[in-house]
Design a protein around this ligand. Structure first.
Ligand code: SF4
Length: 298
């Protein structure tokens, strides 16, 4: 552990970083992963100090799943643009319109939305989570593209809430741009995140979470891979497939909120021992129920 990972109070600090943060932050982290991997690690930590290098909902999740730990989010303004578009009123109206239909919530959402949901999911386990419910219809928040992906994979009716919820970063990835890159690199393999639109997913050789993408390219030695997600994942891909040329599918798919987490802010947060994430206990307990239910899905 590096020297600056100790707080002035002498506490060791564990840094959990998402695949999309800056490479220099990933390099200093104790663990790098997707939302599900980070949530699983946080859940195992007792009485620790965690720096969550990612957007706000990830820091909230760590605080919910590791209630005895102190979770520090180095930049509270770093928030997921998709998560901020859904509020509990919209979800409540959808529940009223579809009474008895369970609500599945993608973890890219606020703790409040999780607390109003039956179960959570990530892009890595969304299909399994929805299938585990054994119902013909679900409400799905807040990403309509992941909802569509799950519907196509399962044959279940998946109703997106809100109707047009999406990640603005993944929406910059366009089919024509991928086709253009394919013209230049005809042997290229295309990867797409399920937050991309259906036409992009249709062009892909593999659709899955960021960690799924890393596993897909590991050891394969593809000559060229077009990466249809936030390009922060590329250094992790290079580690498992060093000879492959990785090309972002879009020139504009950088998530500005993920890049707000810098090493300087992390150092400052360790010095200040904050800002610490706090969540209303009732909200935290409701969100924990939905998250734990997800974790129990095999
Ligand atoms: S890439 Fe999209 S879903 Fe991920 S944090 Fe950024 S805005 Fe949210």
């Amino acid at each position: 552990m590096k020297k600056w990972k100790i707080t002035p109070g002498g506490e060791p600090v564990l840094i959990l970083a998402h695949n999309y943060v800056r490479p220099e932050v990933q390099k200093e982290a104790d663990h790098v992963g997707d939302s599900l991997e980070l949530a699983k690690i946080a859940r195992e930590i007792r009485n620790g100090t965690i720096i969550l290098a990612g957007v706000g909902f990830m820091a909230e999740m760590a605080a919910i799943l590791s209630p005895t730990s102190r979770v520090i989010h180095p930049e509270p303004f770093s928030q997921c643009a998709m998560a901020t578009r859904l509020n509990p009123d919209i979800l409540e109206k959808a529940r009223e319109a579809h009474q008895g239909v369970p609500v599945v919530t993608y973890v890219n959402s606020s703790a409040q939305i999780k607390a109003c949901s039956d179960i959570c999911c990530t892009s890595a386990n969304a299909v399994r989570v929805v299938e585990s419910l054994g119902v013909p219809r679900v409400l799905f928040t807040p990403d309509r593209n992941l909802a569509g992906y799950v519907a196509r994979k399962t044959g279940i009716t998946v109703i997106p809430v809100p109707e047009f919820g999406c990640c603005p970063v993944h929406h910059t990835i366009m089919g024509p741009e991928i086709l253009d890159r394919k013209k230049r690199y005809p042997d290229a393999v295309v990867l797409a995140h399920p937050e991309t639109t259906e036409d992009v997913q249709d062009l892909a050789d593999f659709v899955g979470s960021t960690s799924g993408m890393v596993r897909f390219v590991a050891g394969k030695n593809f000559r060229t891979v077009i990466v249809g997600t936030e390009p922060g994942i590329i250094p992790r891909m290079r580690q498992v497939s060093p000879k492959t040329r990785f090309i972002p599918a879009s020139s504009f798919s950088t998530c500005p909120d993920m890049k707000m987490i810098t090493l300087a802010k992390i150092k400052q947060a360790i010095m200040n021992e904050g800002p610490v994430v706090t969540i209303d206990p009732l909200v935290a307990s409701g969100a924990r129920r939905a998250l734990e239910r997800m974790m129990a899905v095999p």
